[in-house]
Write a protein that binds this ligand. Structure first.
Ligand code: ZN
Length: 158
């Protein structure tokens, strides 16, 4: 399921990037996925924007919201790129340990150090092919629970 050379994961993000780049406040029909919620939008600078008026782009915040959205989408592409790059080479016990611990955090495990130090045990127990398969499935779980909006990907950055 590839389109224009992109994989099934990246392609929807590419399309969304194109639509976001085309956002034009004077043409409301271009504003697909423009944030509609009333809450704050956290910018990478640490600044909080109040998107109080929802779909009302004729504000001074419009360029910032647009730039931030583009940046977040690019981050997600980079994240998929990282997974693809990882999967193209050998997966170490430590790669899997990190991923399992992220799954634990996503599952709201109480102990922050849960499963810490299992890298060697993983390498003893699983061969290359098995580690790769596990890595792929665990990444898939995380991708599936993580997409709750544009600001919730931060945990994936090492
Ligand atoms: Zn891809």
């Amino acid at each position: 399921m590839k389109s224009r050379g992109y994989c099934y994961r990246c392609y929807p993000i590419i399309l969304r990037l194109e639509k976001t780049r085309a956002w034009d406040p004077s043409r409301p029909e271009t504003l697909r996925h423009y944030p509609k919620w009333g809450g704050d939008i956290a910018l990478p600078s640490g600044e909080n924007l109040q998107n109080r008026h929802g779909l009302e782009p004729r504000t001074t915040d419009f360029p910032k919201i647009k730039a931030h959205t583009i940046q977040e989408l690019q981050k997600r592409l980079l994240h998929f790129g990282n997974i693809e790059e990882k999967l193209s080479g050998p997966i170490s016990g430590y790669d899997l340990e990190l991923l399992l611990r992220r799954v634990a955090r996503q599952a709201a495990a109480r102990d922050r150090h849960l499963l810490s130090g299992i890298a060697t045990a993983i390498e003893w127990s699983f061969n290359h092919r098995q580690r790769k398969l596990l890595f792929e499935w665990l990444s898939e779980i995380l991708d599936n629970v993580r997409w709750r909006g544009i600001n919730s990907w931060g945990w994936m950055r090492r």
